[in-house]
Design a protein. Structure first.
Length: 387
C-alpha cells in the first residue's frame, strides 16, 4: 500500500553528497556538522536523510564506518535519525554499521546503485532469470554472479535497499529483479534527474511519466523523484511539483543541487518541500510510518512456491491477470508478467487458480526447498508443476 493512500508523502533530503562549501557554504562536512543537519532536517519534517560520510576537510570517508557511527549516534541523542550513508563500490562499511549499530539507533535503509553492480547482463525471458554476456569459457565475465550477491546480505541483515535509478536501463533491471524475487517488495526507488549528468534521466516531466509507466501496476513500491546536480532551481521546482502530482515522493537538499540553491540551508529546503506537500493537502511520512511500512520482512520459509510465466507460450489472453491481479499483470503489449513471484497461503491459491485458467498452460509453479538461499542466481527447484 502506498503512503499516498493515507494522505502522506515520502520526503527525503540529500544533505551533502559531493558538494563543496564553495558551491554552498552550508554544505556539511565532518561528523559534527552532518549530525547537526540530520537533526535539523528531521525536526523540520523530513522522513529520511541521506548523507555522505565526510571528514572535516570535506574528503569522502567511503570506507570509514566510524564517521557514520558518530553521525548517527550523535543525531540519535536528539531525534529518531532515520538516515543512511552513501558508498562507492564496496558496501563493507554498511555491513559494519549493521553488525555493530551506532549507540541509540540502527540502520534500516542501505544504499544500492544497480549501476555499480549490474554489468554485461542478459535477460533470459524463457527461463525468467538473468544471464551474463560472455565470449567463451575463458571470458572472465562467465564467473560473474548473475545478480549482485549484496542483495542476499541485505535480507540477512534486515536492510531495505534504497535503489538509485539513474536511467531507464537501471529501472528495467529493477523491475526484472522484482519479477524474479531477488529484489523483495515493497521496492524503495529513487529516480535521479539531471540537466548536467548525461548518465541521469533527462529532467523533463515527460521522462518522469515515461519511467512511471514502466513500473507494472502490481509492483509494490515507494518511488521518490530526485533532481540531482541541477543548475536550475526552476527545473527542480517543476520536477518536485510534477512528482507530487503523480503520487510520488520527493527529495530535496543542498547536497543534491548546490548550484541551484547556493545560499539555502538543508532545513530551509525541507521547509520549502513541506510547503509544497501541505498545499496538496498531504503530510510528510514520519520515521515511524517508514519503519512500519518498508521494513524488510523476515524471510518466510512458508514462501516455497515460485510463479513463472513462459513468454513463448503466453498469447496475452488475459485470463490470469483479469482474475488474479495481485500476482499477474499485463505488460504494455498485454502479455502476462508475474509481479508477486513468491506466494503462499491465500495468494498461492489465487496463483493456482490464475494458472489453471490459462488456455495455453503458460504458467508454472516451482516448489523449492529453501527460497531464501542463493546459488548461482537461485537454487534449483525440487519440482516443477504446470497447472
Amino acid at each position: 500500500m502506498s503512503f499516498r493512500d493515507d494522505g502522506k508523502v515520502y520526503l527525503e533530503v540529500g544533505i551533502n553528497e559531493a558538494a563543496s562549501k564553495e558551491e554552498n557554504p552550508n554544505v556539511p562536512y565532518g561528523a559534527e556538522e552532518t549530525a547537526r543537519d540530520v537533526v535539523e532536517c528531521i525536526r523540520h519534517g523530513a522522513s529520511v536523510v541521506h548523507y555522505h560520510a565526510r571528514y572535516n576537510d570535506g574528503r569522502q570517508a567511503w570506507t570509514d564506518d566510524e564517521v557514520s557511527r558518530t553521525i548517527l549516534a550523535t543525531a540519535a541523542s536528539e531525534v529518531d535519525p532515520l538516515a543512511y550513508p552513501s558508498y562507492s563500490e564496496s558496501l563493507e562499511h554498511i555491513w559494519a554499521l549493521s553488525d555493530r549499530p551506532p549507540t541509540g539507533t540502527g540502520l534500516l535503509l542501505a544504499p544500492f546503485d544497480p549501476a555499480q553492480h549490474v554489468k554485461r547482463v542478459l535477460w533470459l525471458e524463457d527461463e525468467n532469470r538473468f544471464g551474463v554476456i560472455g565470449c567463451g569459457p575463458d571470458d572472465p565475465n562467465n564467473s560473474r554472479p548473475t545478480y549482485p550477491p549484496e542483495l542476499d546480505r541485505f535480507v540477512e541483515l534486515g536492510l531495505v535497499p534504497s535503489i538509485a535509478v539513474f536511467n531507464a536501463a537501471d529501472l528495467r533491471w529493477v523491475m526484472l529483479a522484482a519479477r524474479m524475487g531477488i529484489l523483495r517488495q515493497p521496492l524503495n526507488i529513487k529516480l535521479f534527474f539531471s540537466d548536467r549528468w548525461v548518465g541521469c534521466n533527462d529532467p523533463d516531466p515527460d521522462v518522469l511519466d515515461f519511467l512511471i509507466s514502466r513500473i507494472p501496476k502490481g509492483i509494490d513500491h515507494e518511488t521518490v523523484a530526485v533532481p540531482y546536480a541541477m543548475s536550475s532551481a526552476e527545473q527542480c521546482q517543476q520536477l518536485w511539483k510534477h512528482a507530487l502530482d503523480r503520487g510520488l515522493g520527493i527529495r530535496v537538499g543542498i547536497g543534491d543541487c548546490p548550484l541551484a540553491f547556493p545560499t539555502m540551508t538543508n532545513a530551509e529546503m525541507v521547509d520549502h518541500a513541506v510547503g509544497l506537500i501541505t498545499k496538496r493537502g498531504l503530510t510528510p511520512v514520519t520515521q515511524d510510518d517508514l519503519r512500519a511500512n518498508i521494513a524488510a520482512a523476515a524471510v518466510d520459509e512458508a514462501e516455497v512456491v515460485r510463479v513463472v510465466v513462459d513468454r513463448n507460450r503466453c498469447l496475452g489472453c488475459g485470463v490470469c491477470y483479469f482474475h488474479v491481479p495481485e500476482v499477474y499483470q499485463p505488460d504494455v503489449e498485454g502479455f502476462c508478467i508475474v509481479v508477486k513471484p513468491y506466494v503462499h497461503g491465500h495468494l498461492l491459491e489465487k496463483a493456482i487458480d490464475g494458472a489453471a485458467g490459462c488456455p495455453e498452460r503458460a504458467i508454472r509453479l516451482e516448489f523449492w526447498d529453501n527460497p531464501s538461499a542463493s546459488e548461482g542466481d537461485r537454487p534449483a527447484s525440487r519440482g516443477i508443476t504446470h497447472v
